[in-house]
Ligand binder design. Structure first.
Ligand SMILES: [Zn+2]
Length: 283
């Protein structure tokens, strides 16, 4: 069933775990994400990122996301990921998305607040929840060669608390040492910062760039207070590897054989990620 972000994050808070959020810019990823959630009997968040608009329009995949969420036997939040402007936020809300993320993290503080506040008013008026970001997680999911030499700007807890109060958002994406896409160097997560952000902000914390982290780092981030983890690149890549293997072994003649092999492999990867995120951490 279609679920709110707040209800899914409430489930995570109650269990002391993190909800998985998967970007699903095509049908195979969408079926894999919901299939994983149903296999594990856990809530899930499926997302369409504005930067994926050129690959798949939200007008094409958005209605299918909402339809599959409604048909699912587990709670599914349908969310806009990294919304960049109010027009795109409106398009997601018009399609029935239950949550949006607005990303003004590259703007100066006051402009980020103004954009986030406007998006929050628009979303809340439609009964949708809002995630926003302060600090900046480098890289881009789903873009080849998205090298970004800028250092991550770690989120300042005092500024983050002010940002939450100034905007009225429901969840906060904070920059705590992860990057989007594939890791080229060992990530250095700041667990003390996560704990301090959790203490001062009063809303659930979101960690972007969750694929490619070690099990230990992931569990420690959840123990420190992360309640939503965005996971995409490794799942998508699992589909590529399955297709490569199938072509090398059997050279199938029909495309659906490749699509189905990718879906199966991506669901297995998503299930493994959910297992890592959802188990109650040992104290
Ligand atoms: Zn992100």
């Amino acid at each position: 069933m279609l679920a709110s972000l707040t209800s899914v994050l409430g489930w995570a808070e109650e269990r002391g775990c993190a909800a998985a959020a998967f970007d699903t810019p095509n049908l195979e990823l969408l079926l894999a994400a919901i299939g994983a959630a149903e296999a594990r009997d856990e809530p899930v968040i499926i997302q369409h990122a504005q930067l994926h608009e050129s690959e798949t329009s939200i007008d094409v995949i958005g209605p299918i996301m909402v339809m599959r969420a409604e048909a699912a036997c587990v709670p599914v939040c349908v969310m806009l990921d990294h919304g960049e402007d109010l027009d795109y936020v409106r398009r997601a809300l018009d399609l029935g998305f239950s949550a949006i993320m607005i990303d003004g993290s590259q703007l100066p503080y006051d402009e980020n607040v103004a954009l986030t506040r406007a998006a929050t008013e628009m979303a809340h008026a439609r009964g949708a929840d809002v995630e926003a970001e302060i600090g900046f997680t480098t890289g881009h999911e789903g873009l080849e060669d998205a090298d970004d030499d800028r250092a991550n700007v770690y989120t300042d807890p005092a500024e983050a608390a002010r940002f939450v109060a100034d905007t009225g958002i429901d969840a906060l994406a904070a920059s705590v040492g992860t990057v989007h896409g594939f890791y080229k160097a060992e990530p250095k997560l700041d667990f003390d910062r996560i704990a301090e952000l959790r203490r001062v902000c009063g809303v659930p914390l979101v960690m972007h760039g969750g694929s490619g982290l070690s099990r230990e780092d992931t569990r420690a981030a959840i123990a420190a207070g992360i309640r939503k983890i965005n996971y995409f690149s490794y799942m998508s890549n699992a589909g590529v590897r399955a297709v490569e293997a199938l072509i090398a072994e059997k050279r199938p003649k029909y495309f659906h054989a490749l699509a189905n092999a990718a879906t199966e492999a991506m669901q297995a990867d998503a299930e493994a990620a959910m297992e890592m995120f959802s188990m109650v951490p040992t104290a």
